[in-house]
Design a protein around this ligand. Structure first.
Ligand code: ZN
Length: 183
């Protein structure tokens, strides 16, 4: 699956609840894990692959694959900490963000079974980051406004370069094709 990057409007929309954990949803979860691993990510939310569903997957440093469907954050510590965050939708940029140290969450797992989890450290951080995606919030919204501006510009510049390269490639291919047609 292709991971959408900053600037894509879908990343800024609120996702809708999953109505039923059926085969289609299970297949999506599997594909999301494959995509996350291929991109060397630790978390991936459905809107990042263009599905506006309240669902995300995580594989933190404990190596456990976790799926959160229709998650609800039920508690947060008042204590906060700064940790560096990155996002597959904002490639190769990182920024320290302040968030609560601990978080409690309830959700359905990949089998549709409810569970509750009290997380802290890295896991709590990923959960909060991925949960934000379901609300259309990106981590750059929570940090230094200057960094946010820089990130938006950087990703837009990269996207423009990519489009220019593609156009050039297409023009070359068209030239070759017309030459061949001439012969
Ligand atoms: Zn992200």
């Amino acid at each position: 699956m292709k991971v959408l990057t900053l600037g894509n409007e879908l990343l800024r929309q609120k996702s809708l609840p999953v109505e039923e954990v059926n085969d289609e949803i299970k297949a999506l979860i599997e594909e999301m894990f494959i995509t996350m691993e291929a991109e060397n990510g630790v978390g991936l939310a459905a809107p990042q692959v263009g599905k506006l569903l309240r669902l995300f997957v995580i594989e933190a440093d404990d190596g456990i694959k976790r799926t959160f469907i229709n998650p609800q954050i039920t508690g947060m510590s008042t204590e906060t900490c700064h940790l560096e965050e990155g996002c597959l939708s904002i490639p190769k940029l990182y920024e320290e963000i302040e968030r609560p140290v601990k978080v409690s969450i309830q959700a359905l797992n990949e089998h549709g079974k409810p569970f509750v989890l009290d997380a802290d450290g890295f896991l709590a951080r990923i959960i909060q980051h991925e949960y934000d995606h379901l609300e259309g919030i990106m981590y750059i919204d929570r940090g230094d406004p200057e960094f946010k501006e820089k990130a938006i510009e950087t990703i837009a510049r990269r996207e423009k370069r990519r489009l220019e390269k593609d156009a050039l490639k297409q023009a070359r291919a068209a030239k070759i094709a017309s030459k061949k047609a001439g012969n």
